[in-house]
Structures are given as structure tokens and as C-alpha cells.
Design a protein around this ligand. Structure first.
Ligand SMILES: Nc1ncnc2c1ncn2[C@@H]1O[C@H](COP(=O)(O)OP(=O)(O)O)[C@@H](O)[C@H]1O
Ligand SMILES: NC(=O)c1ccc[n+]([C@@H]2O[C@H](COP(=O)(O)O)[C@@H](O)[C@H]2O)c1
Ligand SMILES: [Mg+2]
Length: 230
């Protein structure tokens, strides 16, 4: 069974930290970081506000990111081996892909691919403070957080909610350990539910998957390519 898990949410919410812990704990688990798909600096638009518009969807090569997700979907174990993830014989029928990024649920062609969409939040003050301690490849110019980063976070989050994209909110103010255990347990429960739902018995053959963990997007449109997450 294939499981695509999104660890999304606000910048500095703790997405990459949580992702790295989950990667070590989950079997046959690969990762794709959205940050690896930023376009080159000279292709980032400059807004009327004078800031380079890093925090908009157009600054990311989402087609390339989707292509990488499709490569995993077509052959998860080949993808795992190519990325140095060794297959655990005790869980050889479980393949997990984590997507880590701040704009995971705003790119339409990918919204329906997730089995589970987590969304980390932290309050404005905490976010601003954490961001001030980060070193990005391109350092934040003065005023970027208030002038661009936070307003774009609010805009995309509002749109996601208005579109009815179903997410599991995570409180990024919890400790790293608490978040890790909460999400690990939740994913393990999903795996268990799915394996039970798909185990055919003579009296009750396997049912097709309901809305539970897959889908969850209000618009009833067929997904471009749904992982076989039963
Ligand atoms: N649960 C947490 N509580 C406090 N600080 C955290 C927590 N998780 C991550 N951090 C810290 O916040 C900063 C951003 O974490 P990171 O995982 O890189 O966030 P993101 O990938 O969402 O931008 C780092 O300094 C990290 O050590
Ligand atoms: N990785 C890069 O090339 C790069 C460059 C400039 C800004 N950023 C910042 O990265 C943030 C997204 O990453 P995090 O969610 O890990 O903070 C965005 O808010 C963006 O402003 C990244
Ligand atoms: Mg990150």
C-alpha cells in the first residue's frame, strides 16, 4: 500500500524537523522537500512592494515536484533504492512518501494525491522570531516577513480553507517530541486501518476506500492519479 503524507503549514512551523523524525521512524519512507523546487533567483518576480516574491506558488517549479512524486508513484521501491532508503523486509508491502513544504495544498494537480494532509501552525510572534534566527540561501531583507512572508501565508491559508481542502492542524507550539509522537501514532493508525480494510475475508470482501483518509477534498473531481491507498 502507498501512503503520501503532507507535512505542510507555515514557514518555521517545524515541518522539516518533524519530517526528519518521521523519516527515521517509518518503514520504506522517502521524502520530497518543496524547498528543493524553488526557481533560480533571477526568475523570482519582484513585487510592487520591492520584495522578491519567494512565497508565491509561481516561485516554485511545481510541475517538476509533481514529476518527482509521479516517479515515486510509478515505482516506490526503485525510488527508495535510488535515494538510499533500504527496504525493510518486515514491511515490504508498505511504501510511504512524505512531502515537506509551505505551499503543499495550494497546487491543484497535487491536492488529491495526499492520503493525509498535516498543517503546522504557530502564532505570528513566534513565527517572526523563529524566522529571524534562520539562514536561508537568500537572506531575508529587512521587512520581508511583515511585508511579504506573513501576508502570503495568510492569503494561501485562507484560499485553502475556502476551497474546503481537508487538513489536520498541528499546534507547532507543542514540543518536537509531542508532535512527533502524535503524528507517528496517527500515521500508524492509518496504516493499520488500511491494511484491515483491504484484507479480504470470505464473508466480507474488501470494500472500496471511503472518504476517510484518501480524498477529503470537497470538490468532486477525479484525481489526476490517485495512489492505490486502500
Ligand atoms: N516543536 C518545536 N518547538 C520549538 N522550536 C521548533 C520546533 N520544531 C522546530 N523548531 C525550530 O524552529 C525552527 C524552524 O524549524 P523547521 O523544522 O526548519 O521549520 P520549517 O521547515 O517549517 O520552516 C528551527 O530553528 C527549529 O529548530
Ligand atoms: N530555499 C531557498 O532557495 C529560499 C530562498 C529564499 C527564501 N526562502 C524561504 O523559504 C521559505 C519556505 O521554507 P520553510 O517553510 O522551510 O521556511 C519561504 O518562506 C521562503 O521565503 C527559501
Ligand atoms: Mg523547512
Amino acid at each position: 500500500m502507498k501512503l503520501i503524507v503532507g507535512i505542510g503549514g507555515v514557514t518555521n512551523g517545524g515541518k522539516t524537523t518533524l519530517t526528519n523524525s518521521l523519516l527515521k521512524a517509518l518503514p520504506n519512507c522517502c521524502v520530497i522537500h518543496q524547498d528543493d523546487f524553488f526557481k533560480p533567483q533571477d526568475q523570482i518576480a519582484v513585487g510592487e512592494d520591492g520584495f522578491k516574491q519567494w512565497d508565491v506558488l509561481e516561485s516554485l517549479d511545481m510541475e517538476a515536484m509533481l514529476g518527482t512524486v509521479r516517479a515515486w508513484l510509478s515505482s516506490p521501491q526503485k525510488f527508495a533504492r535510488a535515494h538510499g532508503v533500504s527496504i525493510r523486509p518486515d514491511a515490504a508491502d508498505t511504501d510511504i512518501l512524505i512531502l515537506d513544504g509551505f505551499l503543499l495544498y495550494s497546487y491543484r494537480p497535487m491536492v488529491d494525491l495526499y492520503s493525509r494532509r498535516y498543517f503546522l501552525t504557530v502564532p505570528y510572534e513566534e513565527c517572526k522570531w523563529r524566522r529571524s534566527t534562520r539562514n536561508y540561501t537568500v537572506p531575508d531583507p529587512p521587512g520581508l516577513f511583515d511585508g511579504h512572508v506573513w501576508p502570503m501565508y495568510q492569503k494561501y491559508r485562507r484560499e485553502m480553507e475556502a476551497d474546503g481542502v481537508e487538513v489536520v492542524y498541528l499546534d507547532g507550539m507543542k514540543s518536537r517530541e509531542e508532535l512527533f509522537h502524535q503524528v507517528l501514532q496517527d500515521i500508524q493508525n492509518s496504516l493499520l486501518n488500511r491494511s484491515q480494510a483491504s484484507a479480504p475475508t470470505p464473508a466480507h470482501p474488501a470494500r472500496p476506500q471511503g472518504p476517510g483518509l484518501g480524498g477529503g477534498h470537497r470538490a468532486a473531481r477525479p484525481p489526476a492519479s490517485q495512489p492505490d491507498t486502500v
